[in-house]
Write a protein that binds this ligand. Structure first.
Ligand SMILES: Nc1ncnc2c1ncn2[C@@H]1O[C@H](COP(=O)(O)OP(=O)(O)OP(=O)(O)O)[C@@H](O)[C@H]1O
Ligand SMILES: [Mg+2]
Length: 264
């Protein structure tokens, strides 16, 4: 397999005073260009820590991350992150929130008019162009996540990192946004690494699902291929044997083999 993004022998140990916790142990994963990979695992197992290492926000204790064979260990626009909690700047409008990143990344390569058109193009991709002059407190949670996705896409990242991007949304908004992200992935062919707690979300969206064991010292327990044709339609899949088989496999992993244990 072509290694576009490679997580290479990653260990992560947190140290506080003389107490140390090994959160991640020997994480190895290669992701192809254009692939949609989800990471699923119980709360506290180290999913966000792993995503933050890929984003360059946290350093690995051992091992590292390679993107197109180059080691990455600081944040960069080639790896844009969308967090669960809307991270828009409240004093800026929707347009300005997206523009901020665009101005930074394309200062030398796009003219002012091109940057403006690019911001609007990305807002249109997530159906938020109409709200360009609103501020974050004037739009709904789902709309904020759309803007967060537009902001990330507008930087033309090599990899889009999503940390439970739909986690704080109600079920209907969540489904709607999942469909939007699926359509964007189909259209743009982005490479996506997404964290989720939601088994159906993982199966619906992913090409592969990475299942993590419980921490401390969480590892990749199993990687499941999701061999469902795209584009995928949630209603049709709900009764499809292929979908149900994948779903069952993830459920078994999470609830039989690695059921949640409350940390002492
Ligand atoms: N900065 C830190 N210092 C010390 N320990 C930390 C730090 N960040 C995370 N941890 C610990 O690492 C473990 C994994 O945390 P992480 O946030 O990665 O889990 P998670 O799988 O994303 O959980 P959730 O599903 O609840 O978001 C937890 O035990 C947490 O307490
Ligand atoms: Mg997390």
């Amino acid at each position: 397999m072509q290694a576009y993004l490679k997580l290479d022998h990653i260990d992560k140990v947190f140290t506080r005073g003389n107490a140390t916790t090994e959160v991640l142990k020997d994480i190895n994963l290669t992701i192809e260009k254009g692939e949609y990979v989800s990471i699923i695992g119980h709360s506290g197992c180290g999913k966000s820590t792993l995503l933050n290492i890929v984003a360059g926000l946290t350093g690995a204790t051992n091992g590292g991350v390679l993107l197109e064979d180059r080691e990455v260990n600081s944040p960069g626009p080639d790896r844009a992150v969308v967090f669960q909690n809307h991270s828009l700047l409240p004093w800026l409008t929707v347009y300005e929130n997206v523009k901020l990143g665009v101005d930074k990344v394309f200062a030398k390569t796009k003219s002012r008019a091109e940057r403006d058109a690019w911001v609007m193009h990305n807002l249109s991709l997530v159906q938020m162009a109409h709200a360009k002059d609103k501020r974050p407190n004037e739009i709904s949670g789902g709309m904020k996540q759309r803007v967060g996705i537009a902001r990330a896409l507008a930087m033309e990242p090599k990899v889009l990192l999503l940390d439970e991007p739909f986690g704080a949304l109600d079920a209907l908004t969540r489904a709607h946004l999942q469909d939007s992200v699926m359509a964007l992935h189909q259209k743009l062919g982005n490479t996506i690494l997404m964290i989720t707690h939601d088994v159906d979300e993982a199966v619906l969206l992913s090409d592969r699902i990475v299942m993590m064991t419980n921490g401390p010292s969480a590892r990749i327990g199993e990687v499941l291929e999701v061999p469902l044709a795209r584009p995928r339609k949630r209603l049709e899949l709900a009764t499809s044997p292929g979908y149900l088989k994948c779903r069952q496999r993830v459920l078994e992993f999470l609830y039989e083999r690695h059921s949640f244990v409350e940390a002492a």
